[in-house]
Ligand binder design. Structure first.
Ligand code: 0RA
Length: 650
């Protein structure tokens, strides 16, 4: 841009752009959730969502995501290409408007899109504002256009830089995340691939290719079977009872797609999506599906005399035991509600889904009577087991074990009772439990030491689960019931913090506890109340100065500093004494005295705790099933791939 044109173009709209981009850089978390790894990966999803929108509009069938060698990312599609003509109100290329104006997102012409995805839906301009640089290439009408930006500002006007095939169109966006904004700028292939796989299942016409040029990974996701393949993938390690049932249709302008099947599992696994967004808190589409399922199976069973011998009534829960389902709806103007804004509120969608499922499922059952009978038989068994579990639970309740009037003896409770302000540490072992009890702030911190391992709930029935002592203790300490009875509002603590040793046993115990929470107190995880304590791995001492390191990198940095100050030159080996510097490695929590434990791991002012979240509910389910379920081979593979403690334990 010459100085003259720059001045001429510097109008009110430019000032607004400036303010917009500034706002994004000032408060990035408001636009992308946070500035950690999660927010970083969100940038890619945001750009990909635009290419998915092009696909939903019917103009695109391929998306390529590339992690480049220099740390930047390229997202490329074969859509129509972002329009380049002059935008009448803004007086500059529409491309520049899309890339630099907040909420322009490309959707200024609402008629060109039916629905659009993206949780935050903030648009590509936000990604641009948070990138050190961004480059965009557009192929349209036989020409190739280009523009480049620096932290959201165009470096030059959009220019034509070449010709292309007339038939060719599309958009290619490359960006370098800004190190001034993010705590990390390193993309992880696995995290991105997980979402790309999910998107490919949800949009069966799209092929998504993701490549990591640094690590040399490449995946090509294309699932002709869409949701049918998705449920098969989710149940890969489960024993299924029949081929998936598939329902597809459109009513009141709302496309609905559902696939489901029954397995021999005890819990249900229902994943619901609105405009490709995982609605973790469910909503009207999910309740429509559940209602239809109960209604259809009840009337089918009655009509075909399949429950006349059953002594118990079938409830909605019975029709969902062992159910794996994926529900995907596209809603033009979705209203999101709930704690995490992932609950669909549009009331009309309930009857849309309900009517459609009732119609199509009835039809399916008429045509597949043997599957129908199998499912009903299973549901009857579920009802009988539920009845038996209820009796077991009543028995336990009568003995007051799950009653919070009788808190477990091992629990050292806190004095404050308002869950807003309280937290409970679930601690591995009595000796660490002892240190934690002495070190804590007893006003708001409760300590519950566990003895050894809790039961693997992935492999046990409800009545066995209720007999397990550690599970009883955890359940009564939290005081909000368990499973279908779980009432999150009754939880006695606002934060549940799992504190285990940094070794193989510790990580196993942690996984067992998390599996239990995920299956039987899921809302705790969904509402972000479960945390993992981060005890230090090393204590480094020099003279009177004592420092803690939480990983090897930190340890090396501290040693480096001591060395620079003290002129000593030693190695980082355990128990090495380089001139007055000593390192001790904590092998377990029990090695720390109460003061150290408080200082390093429990003091809210100084500690770090990891919040347990569900990035993708489907992948969380898969991980727990892989780690805790029946199949051995996939577990071994998973552990080999993700093993962290392999060299810590020798
Ligand atoms: C605005 C309008 C149109 C398409 C797009 C934006 C668009 C944006 C992105 C972002 C990544 N890939 C994209 N592809 C398209 C409609 C164009 C028309 O009507 O021709």
């Amino acid at each position: 841009m010459t100085k003259e044109t720059a001045q001429k173009n510097y109008t009110a709209s430019n000032i607004n752009v400036l303010k917009g981009l500034e706002a994004v850089r000032k408060r990035p978390a408001m636009y992308i959730g946070d500035i950690s790894s999660r927010g970083l990966h969100h940038l890619v999803n945001e750009v990909v969502d635009n290419s998915i929108d092009e696909a939903l509009a019917g103009y695109n069938d391929i998306i390529m995501v590339t992690l480049n060698e220099d740390g930047s990312v390229t997202v490329e599609d074969r859509g129509r290409g972002i329009p380049i003509d002059i935008h009448p109100e803004e007086n500059r290329s529409a491309l520049e408007v899309v890339m630099t104006v907040l909420h322009a997102g490309g959707k200024f012409d609402k008629s060109s899109y039916k629905v659009s995805g993206g949780l935050h839906g903030v648009g590509v301009s936000v990604v641009n504002a948070l990138s050190e640089w961004m480059k965009v290439e557009v192929r349209r009408g036989g020409k190739l256009y280009y523009q480049e930006y620096s932290r959201g500002f165009p470096k030059e006007d959009v220019k034509e830089i070449g010709k292309t095939d007339k038939e060719e169109s599309g958009t290619r966006i490359t960006f370098m995340p800004d190190g001034e904004i993010f705590t990390t700028t390193k993309f992880k292939f696995d995290i991105l691939a997980e979402r790309m796989r999910e998107l490919a299942y949800l949009n069966r016409n799209v092929t998504i290719i993701i490549e990591d040029k640094i690590e040399g990974y490449k995946e090509n996701f294309h699932f002709k079977g869409g949701l049918i393949e998705f449920v098969k993938y989710i149940d890969e390690n489960r024993t299924v009872m029949h081929k998936p049932i598939y329902i597809e249709g459109e009513k009141d302008n709302t496309p609905v797609e559902i696939a489901f099947e029954y397995t021999n599992a005890y819990s249900d696994n229902i994943f619901s999506y609105v405009n490709n967004i995982n609605t973790q808190e469910g909503g009207t589409h999910l309740s429509g599906f559940k209602t239809a399922l109960t209604r259809t199976f009840n009337s089918y069973a009655a009509k075909n005399n399949l429950i006349k011998n059953s002594k118990v009534n079938l409830t909605g829960d019975d029709f969902r035991e062992g159910l794996t389902a994926v529900i995907s709806v596209k809603v033009i103007e979705p209203q999101f509600e709930g704690q995490t804004k992932t609950k669909l509120g549009n009331s009309e969608v309930k009857s849309t889904v309900e009517t459609l499922v009732f119609e199509k499922l009835s039809e399916f059952l008429e045509e597949n009577p043997s599957i129908g009978k199998k499912i009903i038989d299973k549901c009857v068994k579920a009802a009988e087991a539920r009845e038996a579990a209820r009796k077991a639970r009543d028995l336990v309740r009568r003995k007051n074990v799950l009653d919070n009037m009788h808190l477990p003896g091992k629990l050292a409770d806190c004095s404050i009772t308002d869950p807003e302000h309280t937290e409970i540490y679930i601690v591995e072992g009595d000796s660490a439990g002892g240190s934690a009890k002495q070190g804590r702030d007893r006003r708001f911190q409760a300590i519950l030491p566990l003895k050894g391992k809790i039961l693997n709930v992935e492999k046990a029935k409800m009545n066995k689960i209720l007999e397990n002592n550690e599970i009883k203790v955890i359940t009564s300490a939290i005081g909000a019931g368990i499973g279908v009875d779980f009432a999150p509002d009754k939880a006695r603590y606002g934060k549940i913090i799992i504190m285990t040793d940094a070794d193989v046993d510790g990580s196993h115990i942690r996984t067992l506890i998390l599996t239990f929470f995920y299956r039987y107190m899921k809302e705790l995880i969904e509402t972000g109340r479960v945390f993992i304590a981060q005890p230090p791995l090393y204590k480094i001492k020099k003279g009177r100065e004592e420092l803690y390191a939480y990983n090897d990198d930190e340890r090396d940095k501290i040693l480096e500093r001591f060395r620079a100050n003290g002129g000593s030159k030693g190695k980082n080996d355990d128990n090495n004494m380089p001139k007055g510097v000593s390192i001790s490695r904590y092998k377990g929590l029990g090695e720390m005295n109460p003061e150290q434990l408080w200082e390093t791991t429990m003091n809210p002012e100084t500690r770090t705790v990891l919040q347990v979240g569900l990035d993708s509910a489907a992948s969380a389910d898969k991980i727990f099933e892989t780690l805790m379920g029946d199949a051995v081979e996939p577990r071994r593979n998973f552990i080999e791939k993700h093993a962290k403690y392999a060299n810590l334990d020798v």
